[in-house]
Design a protein around this ligand. Structure first.
Ligand code: AMP
Ligand code: MG
Length: 282
């Protein structure tokens, strides 16, 4: 089924029950849930690390100002930095452009036991690059039409299937903001001396392609949402909504792996007892 982003909510009151409760009450409860999840995520990650079977790949996509950086900061704040790596992807370098489009992401994948966060990802190669096809360079000649992009979605699906079959859990979040909210956030950046550094003239340029981006997102979400790695479309006009939902989905998913700390065998226990005896006798 084709994803139509216009049909997805960006605000906080997705249903009547929430509306009735009122914004302040919903926000308060959301903050509590976020706090609970942060603590649970920290222990889930310890277990992930100790059991060393799965890795978790979290993909964050969204228009400029959608809140990708803030989400990482707030959701992952309780997690042991040793087991968690963040990669932010910018315009590809010449070296990266001299490889297939998946190369740089492949190299950045989390190790077993780790949580890896991709702040932007290989999806940019069917988003910003689809909006600006002149960025496709060093490729064999051919039309850059529907067939070309379908091949990229297919490559992405195959890549993800390979990762999943080998123990990577993939969680993909699209932070869905409205065009109005982006305007507000861009203006905020211009008005606040401490946020000014975040403003980039290119954000304003890209905003002019809002509609084309939404279409590219709709195609990407439609074509790459699979049973094993579905897209979550996250209402993101309110940062607390996005953060709470994302924290909850990540925590629940890792907990569902039903991991246990490695057990120690009889022989190893004897060795540990011996080690203890040696230390005590020193
Ligand atoms: P920021 O997230 O604000 O640091 O901006 C990163 C910039 O890099 C954005 O303008 C993205 O559109 C751009 N970018 C990220 N990945 C790619 C890619 N694969 N191809 C072209 N541009 C990219
Ligand atoms: Mg930016």
């Amino acid at each position: 089924m084709k994803v139509r982003l216009g049909e997805y909510y960006t605000g906080w009151a997705q249903n009547d029950a929430l509306k009735e409760a009122g914004k302040e009450a919903v926000k308060e409860r959301a903050m509590e849930i976020l706090e609970e999840n942060r603590a649970q995520l920290a222990s889930a990650q310890e277990l992930l690390w100790a059991s060393n079977i799965y890795s978790v790949l979290i993909i964050l996509q969204g228009m400029d100002t959608a809140g990708k950086d803030g989400t990482i900061k707030h959701v992952m704040s309780g997690v042991n930095p040793q087991g968690c790596k963040v990669h932010s992807f910018r315009v590809p370098t010449d070296e990266e452009l001299d490889h297939t489009f998946l190369w740089r992401y492949w190299r950045a994948l989390p190790n077993r036991g780790e949580i890896g966060i991709f702040n932007r990802s290989y999806y940019e190669d069917v988003l910003v690059v689809k909006v600006h096809p002149e960025r496709l360079v060093n490729l064999p000649p051919g039309k850059r039409g529907k067939k070309f992009w379908n091949a990229r979605y297919e490559d992405i699906n195959a890549f993800e299937r390979h990762l999943i079959r080998n123990g990577t859990v993939i969680l993909k979040f699209y932070l869905h903001i409205s065009e109005d909210e982006q305007k507000k956030r861009l203006l905020d950046r211009l008005e606040d001396a401490e946020k000014l550094w975040k403003f980039s003239l290119s954000d304003l340029e890209e905003r002019k392609f809002w509609g084309t981006y939404q279409e590219a997102y709709e195609d990407a979400l439609t074509m790459t949402s699979t049973e094993e790695a579905p897209w979550y479309i996250i209402p993101a006009d309110h940062k607390w909504v996005a953060r709470t939902l994302i924290a909850d989905i990540i925590t629940t998913r890792i907990q569902s792996l039903d991991l246990a700390y490695p057990t120690v065998s009889g022989e190893a226990i004897a060795q540990l007892k011996d080690a203890r005896r040696q230390l005590e006798e020193e």
